[in-house]
Design a protein around this ligand. Structure first.
Ligand code: SF4
Ligand code: SF4
Length: 152
């Protein structure tokens, strides 16, 4: 395995990951590198809850990038159909779901990439991006109405 410290060119991202602990930012990792998500054998990892897993230092669960967020996804439980699309696609393990029931967003880890909102299939969407400063109740109060099908 390559020495990742050799790939660090500056401190961009590094301080946001772990206060300059020697980890490199995502933007300076060589293409094709393999960063293991878990320590040790991960064969049974699917049966463990996220807080029980042994995440590696390269996993965004350990090295939070939540400070990068300028927009946040807001979840509206009234519209959600628990399809789990957002949980499958979130790159930062930030969708909170138990027993196939969507519960909300882990804002300590969400980086605001908007993938979850993009893949949400409901009408209106159950996840919508709002500015980081918008209060959750304010966001929910401004939720859009269901869009009608266009007449042909
Ligand atoms: S915006 Fe959505 S997909 Fe992106 S990190 Fe946050 S919860 Fe995950
Ligand atoms: S993708 Fe949308 S509808 Fe599906 S579980 Fe997530 S929030 Fe709910």
């Amino acid at each position: 395995m390559q020495d990742l410290n050799l790939l660090a060119q500056d401190n961009r991202g590094q301080s946001q990951l772990e206060n300059g602990s020697g980890l490199v930012g995502w933007d300076v990792v060589t293409r094709g590198s393999i960063l293991t998500s878990f320590e040790g054998d991960a064969t049974e990892i699917v049966n463990q809850k996220s807080e029980e897993r042994m995440y590696s230092n390269y996993n965004s669960y350990t090295a939070s990038v939540a400070s990068w967020r300028v927009e946040k996804p807001v979840f509206n439980i009234d519209v959600c159909i628990d399809c789990q699309n957002c949980w499958v696609w979130c790159p930062d393990t930030s969708i909170l779901s138990r027993d196939k029931q969507m519960l909300g967003i882990d804002y300590d880890h969400c980086k605001g990439c908007a993938v979850c909102a993009e893949v949400c299939p409901t009408n209106p969407k159950s996840l919508i991006m709002f500015s980081e400063q918008t209060a959750l109740d304010e966001a929910l109060a401004s939720w859009p109405e269901k869009k009608k099908k266009e007449e042909k």
